[in-house]
Design a protein around this ligand. Structure first.
Ligand SMILES: [Fe+2]
Length: 262
């Protein structure tokens, strides 16, 4: 659920109309590194993010990107407000004007329509979070290019604000990546039917309930055959690299209450 605050996240004004700059700003409105791509990317990545704070960060930032889209739309509108058609033509906005008039639309600065093909979403929280960090860094770079393309102090100020938010977002996503990595690396034990499942980000191992209630072995060798976990294929290295050492039962202190997730 969202609540809308009826004001821009950053005030927008321009020194003078500039259709050429308006055209360039479309790159962040409907382009591959733009705010619409960012918003939709994070707001879908949140669904497969298992770590609660990282999921909340995705929702917060995804929502804020829509506010950035709003700022850019306002900038575009003011930069071409009242500009004669002859100037729009000289700025290369004649075909844009034919299709969309003076309203901002979801195309990049070359008029290429927005597509969700700009967005990667694998369902894997680690892969997605890397994508999110990279997206913020790409957006930051494009804002730097845009700032360099205008002398309008007010336009520069608004773009610098948006640039600064991308820097903050990249930092928040780096923290989230660490958080979700730690979360997945934690050895969690949950009850799954007659088995307990112990997982980390590298894969998954299962033990029968009666196996994990065996006392911790002291010597190891004599218990190896009866307590070796049944491994399931997982990500990363061979199953033998994860979970307890072969022949080692789960320590008593880690044994969960039935049905309790750790
Ligand atoms: Fe961002």
């Amino acid at each position: 659920m969202w609540y809308y605050t009826k004001k821009l996240e950053h005030p927008v004004r321009v020194e003078r109309s500039d259709p050429r700059m308006a055209k360039l700003i479309l790159s962040q409105y409907g382009g591959p590194q733009g705010e619409l791509a960012a918003a939709t990317r994070y707001l879908t990545h949140r669904f497969t993010m298992p770590e609660p704070r990282a999921r909340a960060t995705l929702i917060d930032i995804g929502t804020e990107e829509f506010a950035h889209l709003e700022v850019l739309g306002e900038l575009f509108e003011q930069l071409i407000d009242g500009v004669p058609l002859s100037e729009l033509r000289r700025a290369g906005l004649d075909t844009y004007y034919v299709e969309h008039g003076r309203q901002p639309f979801y195309v990049n600065s070359d008029g290429v329509p927005f597509t969700e093909a700009y967005v990667n979403a694998t369902g894997d929280p680690i892969a997605n979070m890397h994508e999110d960090i990279a997206a913020e860094e790409r957006a930051r770079a494009v804002y730097e290019h845009l700032i360099a393309m205008t002398d309008d102090v007010h336009v520069k100020e608004a773009l610098r604000f948006l640039w600064s938010r991308e820097v903050v977002h990249a930092d928040r996503f780096r923290e989230s990546l660490q958080r979700v990595t730690d979360y997945l690396n934690e050895r969690r034990v949950i009850r799954v039917g007659e088995y307990y499942e112990r997982s980390n980000r590298l894969g998954r191992l299962t033990w029968r309930v009666d196996e994990i209630r065996q006392p911790r072995p002291t010597g190891g060798q004599e218990l190896r055959s009866q307590q070796a976990p049944e491994a399931e294929p997982g990500r990363g290295g061979p199953p033998g690299e994860i979970g307890p050492a072969e022949g080692e039962a789960m320590p008593e202190s880690q044994e969960p209450e039935a049905g309790t997730a750790l």
